[in-house]
Design a protein around this ligand. Structure first.
Ligand code: AHR
Length: 656
């Protein structure tokens, strides 16, 4: 062991990273033998429209019920004067629109207010693209006035900005105007007046999108948060939402492509599920549809992993046989899966490839994976999955198929489904675990003994859910980081992992914890987010063997609550150490397999820790707990470090 205290080592000591020569744990890292490759897909993201993640979240549209397609056509709107909802509009699958006519009195107004999603958040200095489809049914010209207003102020003139838009002729046309609010307001609303002299106007697909929205589609700060995770895989669109409350409300990808104006509304599967919060207005406009998901995968550099319905409705909500499609009637569902692959990858002269090209993407999206079904269970699942596997293998042998092990991390269904997935030849098996502290602490070696032959693992949904503390806090995230050392060590069998759920609107959540929280103007990256980011950033190329007394460091008895793993990235070695206890732990990193003149040199250490383990970042204080870079310049063939109480540290070393 190198016990000389250099100046650099003294500095590291002061920073709490290096210990004097009194190490109590020794981790042996074999830097000579390069272990299994770590797939690029290893750390990814999973998007589901839960907690207002799409409309009201990642989808930058600020107008709720923009096409008047909600079952209560004016939900989200307030109408005054002469407003009528009609259903013979220009978009076949979204036929409703609003007719604004003369209220019949010069002191009355005809107007429409839209409340947005928990209000409309606008920023001073930001431009907003207001657009709609409109016509003057009787011909000639007419005008509307559009304003962004604050609804709560009692001032008479309380608009933040306004514009007049003139309409011409009886043909439906798209109109656009730019609005520039004079001040920031998280709870504004959109108001439209019929201008005088009054003619009748028809309005449809009324939209307000901030000009900084990425590609006019994705809310900028949320898209940026996703890109900053450097995800390797992007699973979408669910989750239970794929299955639907019933098959009619399942996620039918074909309804989500083509012009946004003509995508039919769907009831959100999460609308009725949580008694403590009720969102009778939770629908899917599908403005964020499958094209947008594929495109986002491309933007953030992640492999797309779409999940499609296997003909089983959500078994949690209805598992009677007549809720599901019979196996002999599955063909349309199988065709949907095949068509989706064609939509993603087919050349522009195929039917679905041509649609993708018309939507703006003639090149293939390079789809490599598809998931069939979500958390299905029982014999019915392999029975349903089999014909999908056969058809996909035949038409697209290169596509890797993801099957499911059901909703539990172990137990009867899990034990039944894994062998079934093997028999069917699934390429990956999706495992889900929303589990308490003890589970995460006890599962560090979960994958060490998995059968290496057969399907790989996709840890497709997981998060530490503490009993009685079912919200985001540092300690839960710390345990996730501890568990993830086991994913990393077993990268030969675990090829993908995605935390869930990804997003939650602070005023519209049903499920927590979640990775990223936001309100109308702000966004907060949780500690779990930073855990995911650190794993992704320090993913490395190959696993290195790290042991203590010949065993993996996985929180086992006698390992002092420590978890650790190591990877190589060229000449760099990343060592992740998680201390789940309230005592500091002194550790000697003992490097084996170095050549005679070689040493390891500390480059930096990045540490995530806090004094209050039940705290998390919040919208008011989004950077309370973030990874902190610490000096780490020790050099030697054996280096002493300290794992601070309740900490996750990535030690970066150069082999030289
Ligand atoms: O992530 C929330 C839900 O949890 C998913 O929709 C489902 O797959 C799981 O039960």
């Amino acid at each position: 062991m190198n016990t000389r205290l250099t100046l650099a080592a003294a500095l590291a000591l002061l920073a709490g990273l290096q210990t004097p020569a009194r190490a109590t744990d020794t981790f042996t890292v074999d830097v000579r033998k390069t272990g299994p490759a770590i797939e690029k897909t290893m750390y990814g993201i999973f998007f589901e429209d839960i907690n207002f993640a799409a409309d009201g979240g990642l989808y930058a549209e600020l107008v709720k019920n923009r096409s008047f397609e909600f079952p209560f056509a004016l939900q989200g709107w307030k109408a005054s004067g002469a407003v009528q909802i009609r259903d013979d509009g220009p978009f076949e699958r979204c036929p409703h629109y609003a007719r604004l006519s003369d209220p019949g009195h010069k002191h009355k107004q005809t107007s429409l207010d839209n409340e947005g999603f928990f209000g409309i958040g606008v920023k001073e200095g930001q431009q907003y693209r207001f657009s709609f489809w409109g016509r003057v049914p009787d011909g000639g010209s007419a005008a509307i006035r559009v304003e962004i207003v604050n609804p709560s102020t009692m001032e008479r003139v309380h608009y933040l900005c306004k514009q007049k838009v003139s309409l011409e002729g009886s043909e439906w046309k798209r109109y656009e105007a730019t609005l520039s609010p004079s001040r920031t307001d998280p709870k504004a609303m959109l108001r439209i007046f019929l201008e005088q002299p009054r003619a009748t106007v028809d309005l449809e697909h009324i939209s307000l999108i901030p000009s900084d929205a990425l590609e006019g589609v994705y809310r900028a700060d949320l898209a940026e948060a996703l890109a900053d995770l450097h995800p390797g895989v992007f699973r979408f669109p669910g989750g239970c939402i794929v299955e639907g409350t019933d098959l009619d409300s399942r996620y039918n990808w074909k309804n989500t492509v083509g012009p946004a104006e003509n995508r039919p509304l769907n009831e959100n599967r999460w609308q009725y599920t949580f008694a403590h919060h009720f969102y009778p207005d939770y629908f899917q406009s599908y403005g964020l549809g499958f094209y947008e998901f594929f495109r986002l995968s491309e933007i953030i550099g992640a492999e797309p992993l779409p999940i499609v319905s296997c003909g089983l409705a959500c078994q949690f909500q209805n598992d009677s046989p007549d809720a599901h499609v019979r196996v002999e009637d599955l063909q349309p569902y199988i065709q949907d899966a095949l068509d989706l692959i064609e939509f993603a990858n087919g050349s522009a002269d195929t039917g679905w490839g041509a649609l993708r090209a018309r939507m703006g993407h003639p090149e293939s999206f390079g789809l490599k994976f598809i998931g069939i079904g979500n958390e299905q269970w029982g014999q019915t699942y392999p029975d349903h999955l089999r014909p999908f596997v056969e058809a996909i293998r035949k038409a697209y042998p290169e596509i890797r198929i993801v099957g499911s092990s059901g909703p539990d991390s172990e137990g009867e269904q899990f034990d039944f489904l894994w062998p079934e997935m093997r028999k069917l030849g699934a390429d990956l098996v999706d495992e889900h675990f929303y589990r308490p502290y003890e589970w995460f602490l006890s599962q560090g070696a979960r994958y060490d003994s998995y059968d290496r032959k057969g399907p790989k693992v996709f840890a497709g949904e997981y998060a530490c859910h503490a009993k009685g503390r079912a919200w985001n806090h540092f300690y839960a995230s710390l345990l996730e980081s501890a568990f993830m050392t086991g994913l990393e060590r077993n990268a030969d069998i675990v090829q993908m992992a995605t935390y869930a759920p990804l997003f939650a609107h602070a005023e519209g959540w049903q499920w927590r914890p979640d990775l990223i929280w936001y309100d109308n103007l702000r966004c907060c990256r949780t500690v779990s987010y930073y855990v995911q980011q650190l794993y992704s950033e320090y993913r490395g190329e190959n696993v290195l063997r790290l042991t203590a007394g010949g065993s993996p460091v996985c929180g086992a008895e006698g390992q002092n609550g420590l978890f650790a793993s190591a990877v190589r990235d060229g000449k760099l070695v990343y060592i992740k150490v998680v201390n789940t206890c309230d005592e500091p732990r002194d550790i000697t990193l003992d490097f084996q397999g170095l050549r005679k003149n070689e040493t390891m040199k500390g480059v930096r250490a990045v540490r995530l820790t806090t004094d209050n383990i039940y705290e998390d970042n919040t919208l008011d204080s989004p950077s309370g707990i973030i990874p902190v870079e610490c000096p780490f310049t020790s050099e030697g063939r054996s280096i002493g470090v300290c794992a601070q109480p309740y900490s996750f540290t990535v030690f970066v070393l150069l082999q030289q």
